[in-house]
Design a protein around this ligand. Sequence first.
Ligand SMILES: Nc1ncnc2c1ncn2[C@@H]1O[C@H](COP(=O)(O)OP(=O)(O)O)[C@@H](O)[C@H]1O
Ligand SMILES: Nc1ccn([C@H]2C[C@H](O)[C@@H](COP(=O)(O)OP(=O)(O)O)O2)c(=O)n1
Length: 243
Amino acid sequence: MPDNPITIAIDGPSGSGKSSVSKEVARRLGLAYLDTGAMYRALTWWCLDRGIDLTDAEAVSWAAQGFPLQISTDPDRPTVQVDGRDISADIRTTDISEQVFHVATNLGVRASLRDQQRQVIAHARRDGAGIVVEGRDITTVIAPDAEHRVLLTASEQARLARRARELFETDDAGAIEATRAQVVGRDAADSTVSAFFEPAPGVVGIDTSELTFAQSVAAVLDTVAAGAAPYTPVHTPDTGGNR
Ligand SMILES: Nc1ncnc2c1ncn2[C@@H]1O[C@H](COP(=O)(O)OP(=O)(O)O)[C@@H](O)[C@H]1O
Ligand SMILES: Nc1ccn([C@H]2C[C@H](O)[C@@H](COP(=O)(O)OP(=O)(O)O)O2)c(=O)n1
């Protein structure tokens, strides 16, 4: 077992840079990497593939329990498989992006995925140097005792422009509008079950609006190098789940 495994928990809204920055931080520090959003996306894909109505909360919650998910924690190859089929590309389609909120706001699903995410973290700490975990509720619910906790934020304008460039290779007005529902609409739905716009007590907030990608990575690495943040118990909104 390594001497001092670490967990770096990173949360933030859509387009704040969580996935790209977390992957690079994991690579630079030789840590595993877990994209928890990919787990919600994979379950959405699985339900649609099986003809499960995403608005049927009980059926979706049930599906989350027997869901044959395999997620790689290699930051250079963060693949997602269900039942042996690689769905890494399928879960990034606009269709999944627009429907995943049904699954992510299902409290039964969140309880199941919380347990799976904690198992992945425990495994990475037991067998390696630790892990970077990113999502919406990692700093507050999944790993509030992580050695390092960061909330990445960015202005709505910056987040929309980044997503538009990714999807349409331009951030002109039409592309921004076409992206709005996926970014702002989804964040509004997601924020009913997790608090990720403001850093919780003890969480370091980093606003990436005016930073380059390299500067965002450096800001997180600096935070980690500055030392372990003390564990501060946090109060999260009482949603009746997530515990
Ligand atoms: N300062 C920055 N910090 C992080 N990402 C940035 C920055 N500037 C531009 N980007 C780009 O914005 C996109 C952010 O997307 P992503 O990492 O998927 O965000 P999230 O996981 O928060 O939705 C990536 O294409 C990334 O290269
Ligand atoms: N820990 C998490 C991670 C993601 N989610 C939700 C938020 C989104 O609606 C989906 C997909 O997350 P993902 O991080 O892939 O979303 P982005 O497109 O990168 O913003 O899952 C969540 O509720 N809790």
